[in-house]
Design a binder for this molecule. Structure first.
Ligand SMILES: *Cc1c(COP(=O)(O)O)cnc(C)c1O
Length: 368
């Protein structure tokens, strides 16, 4: 095998199609601060995703930090340890204490039945993650939030284009946060967004991402610089023309993996789309005890053959030094997440991945 195969490869439209966008930016000399491409991308994304309001950001992490500010979340927030570290970091950046609850063994999303026991008088919000793009149990979570008067902010970094029975999964909770990082299903090199249900919140978020400025001489909040540039917004507009094609390719690869792996003993394919419209952002498999190799040994074997899967999410967020002292970070509290973090391997999936390569990968996994 010549070229290494990584877990993902960013999707890029033909370069020559981007040049007219650049010429337009050079001609207008509008580089940022809510310019024409920024406005166009916001409205194109609202249409494509089926959401009411969207505020673009320079990246998903700043969007998470700002979402918490916009809702004035304080005290303690209930979240999941089974995610990318930015989820909990956004809480620390706001001086909020994360409280980890365990995940559901089937979806690896926050287990709603574990939430109530973690609520204290300091709890003000819940921050679940639609892990691998699989929708959380949004109804159960909302019910608890309503009962205890808590906000819900979804880290929807994996959930671009995902729909459940009532439309976009991004319309659930008080706010949802997307990432358009290079490794994500839809990318603007770096980028992110907050989906919000009403115009008032969108205006507040737009102020917060621009230093808290309202007009020329008034500053109403200690905002940050979270703005997306015209370059990134233009790139997003072009990417959007290719997104359906990219998602269709991911769907085919997903189906091929499932077909090829269905009879491999000890390998369980997670994240079955089931009832919802999926985006096939990741292809997680669970390496179970009856597979001849451990998860880490299989990972090494694939790497020796030029395939580079990723152990998302190992280690758990709760195992990093700034979190592991929290009472809720105790492994006994997080048994399902701990076991998943030792068994799950995300296999390569991206639009340009050749089908023959999927077959090579599955043969390597099956040949024990
Ligand atoms: C990618 C990711 C983020 C961070 O997004 P950036 O755009 O890279 O800042 C946050 N949460 C999750 C779950 C992610 O996968």
């Amino acid at each position: 095998m010549t070229k290494p195969i990584y877990v993902t490869q960013p999707f890029l439209p033909p370069l020559k199609e981007f040049l007219p966008y650049l010429e337009e930016i050079w001609a207008s000399k509008i580089l940022t601060n809510g310019g024409p491409f920024h406005q166009k991308l916001e409205s194109a994304l609202c249409d494509y995703l089926g959401v009411k309001h969207i505020a673009l950001f320079a990246n998903g992490t700043l969007a998470l930090v700002t979402a918490l500010q916009a809702l004035r979340v304080t005290g303690e927030v209930i979240t999941t340890p089974y995610s990318f570290v930015a989820t909990a970091h956004s809480l620390l950046w706001n001086g909020i204490k994360p409280v980890f609850v365990d995940v559901d063994p089937n979806t690896l999303n926050m287990d709603p039945t574990k939430i109530e026991a973690a609520i204290t008088p300091q709890t003000t919000a819940i921050m679940p993650v639609h892990c691998y793009g699989h929708p959380c149990d949004v109804e159960a979570i909302q019910k608890i939030a309503d009962n205890y008067n808590l906000k819900v902010i979804y880290d929807a970094a994996h959930a671009f284009g995902v729909q459940c029975h009532c439309g976009s999964v991004l319309n659930h909770g008080d706010l949802s946060v997307l990432s358009f990082h290079a490794t994500k299903v839809f990318n603007t090199f770096e980028g992110g967004a907050i989906i919000c249900p009403d115009e008032k919140t969108k205006i507040r978020i737009d102020q917060l991402k621009n230093f808290g400025h309202v007009g020329e001489v008034t500053v109403v909040a200690p905002g940050i610089n979270g703005k997306m540039s015209e370059f990134n917004a233009a790139l997003g507009l072009l990417q959007l023309q290719y997104i359906d094609q990219a998602l269709a390719r991911r769907k085919e690869i997903n189906a091929l993996y499932r077909e090829q792996l269905q009879h491999v003993k000890g390998i369980h394919c997670l994240n079955d789309a089931g009832e919802h419209v999926a985006n096939y952002a990741y292809f997680p498999i669970q390496v179970q005890p009856d597979y001849p190799l451990s998860r880490d040994a299989l990972n090494e074997k694939l790497k020796e053959n030029g395939i580079h899967p990723r152990r998302y999410f190992y280690p758990l967020i709760s195992e990093f030094p700034m979190y592991r002292g929290l009472p809720s970070a105790n492994k006994a509290n997080l048994a399902v997440a701990t076991s998943a973090s030792l068994q799950v391997l995300c296999l390569p999936i991206y639009p340009d991945l050749e089908k023959s390569m999927v077959q090579e990968i599955t043969q390597l996994i099956a040949s024990q």
